[in-house]
Design a protein around this ligand. Structure first.
Ligand SMILES: Cc1cc2nc3c(=O)[nH]c(=O)nc-3n(C[C@H](O)[C@H](O)[C@H](O)COP(=O)(O)O)c2cc1C
Length: 323
């Protein structure tokens, strides 16, 4: 679906628009990403990311990285996100990712999972700005012709190191800093502190991508206005409504069509879990609401154990008069 009609909006970065789809493990594999990228113009949804790719005791093979990037290309780029702590393995994986076609490498310094912390990766580095800087700089040197970006949370237990972390990413040579404005300790609590994004903007010359708590299309611009960030990134909001970037209002039929294409584009073994995971968040097209089905019907779909039956319900929604 590449038309080649859009150009990057920020020097040194490949993004074609100001809004970005967040990396989400178990969600932003090629199928979901492709469906979202196809439904939002590249001048709005300017880029997306793979889910994090964990690098532990060895560099990952190019084939694995190619699989994360997927076959389809869009006008908006898809950055490959790496999470690891061992410099040489992460650097070599970054080199292979570029060879596999990654237009950008993003480094994950925010994952709160215990496995990441045990391996001193992800949010573990939020306690050590110097270590964050060193890893960033090793990867930047490994892929000198490809932008490297860093994604942090506002801190580990609190936000006192936020400015140090922002400056560490800049000193390490990152080209953009994404700030998820919750700390690791705050997990995914509903309350968000966008002023932390403004603090990061003030602390660094890097373009900052603000992230955390964007609930609807209007919030994208509001976050930019209130914090001064250059880009804004959406996670949960895109699970509720993949059209959030363009502000489009899909009909219930279009919303159901997305779910059908998602279900059928996924490998058989993942279909039911993934589609149910998405349906738990879904609000697009008011498919379960005023324009479509009621909540008990959503619950019935969520309880359905038979994959064929579940897809049948969704296909029915995409075809029926209710839509
Ligand atoms: C299901 C899920 C998986 C996630 N996986 C990743 C990941 O692989 N890498 C990452 O940097 N952040 C990951 N995140 C965090 C998001 O990228 C984002 O920072 C977070 O959801 C905050 O944005 P939001 O408030 O718009 O959801 C994940 C979030 C969710 C909900």
């Amino acid at each position: 679906m590449r038309t080649g009609t859009t150009t990057p909006i920020e020097p040194g970065l490949p993004f074609t628009g100001p809004w970005l789809l967040a990396p989400m493990e178990g969600v932003t594999e090629p199928c979901f990403r492709g469906l979202v990228l196809a439904r939002n113009p590249a001048r709005e949804l300017g880029g997306a990311f793979t889910e994090f790719v964990r690098v532990s005791d060895r560099a990952l093979p190019e084939a694995t990285l190619r699989a994360h990037l997927g076959d389809e290309r869009f006008d908006a780029p898809v950055g490959l996100q790496l999470m690891g702590a061992t410099h040489e393995h992460v650097a070599e994986t970054a080199r292979r990712a570029v060879a596999a076609g990654a237009p950008l490498i993003d480094l994950n310094f925010g994952c709160p999972a215990r496995g990441a912390l045990r391996g001193c990766a992800g949010s573990a580095l939020l306690r050590e700005p110097r270590a964050l800087e060193q890893l960033t700089s090793v990867v930047v040197r490994a892929v000198p012709d490809t932008p490297v970006t860093a994604k942090i949370r506002a801190g580990f237990d609190d936000d006192t190191l936020l400015e140090d972390l922002a400056r560490a990413a800049e000193a390490g040579g990152a080209r953009m800093l994404t700030v998820h404005c919750r700390t690791r300790a705050e997990a995914y609590q509903p309350e968000v502190h966008w002023e932390r994004i403004a603090r990061a903007v003030a602390a660094t010359r890097l373009p900052v991508c603000g992230n955390g708590g964007i609930a609807d299309h209007a919030d994208l611009t509001r976050m930019r206005t209130e914090t001064g960030c250059r880009f804004a990134m959406v996670g949960h909001g895109a699970l509720r409504d993949p059209w959030i970037f363009s502000g489009g209002c899909p009909s219930p039929r279009e919303a159901a069509r997305f779910l059908v294409e998602y279900a059928t584009g996924l490998p058989q073994r993942r279909r039911v879990t993934r589609i149910k995971q998405l349906m738990r968040h879904w609000t697009a097209g008011a498919l379960f609401g005023s324009a479509g089905y009621d909540q008990p019907e959503r619950q019935r779909w969520l309880r359905e154990p038979d994959p064929e039956q579940l897809i049948g319900y969704i296909e029915g929604a995409a075809d029926m008069a209710v839509c």
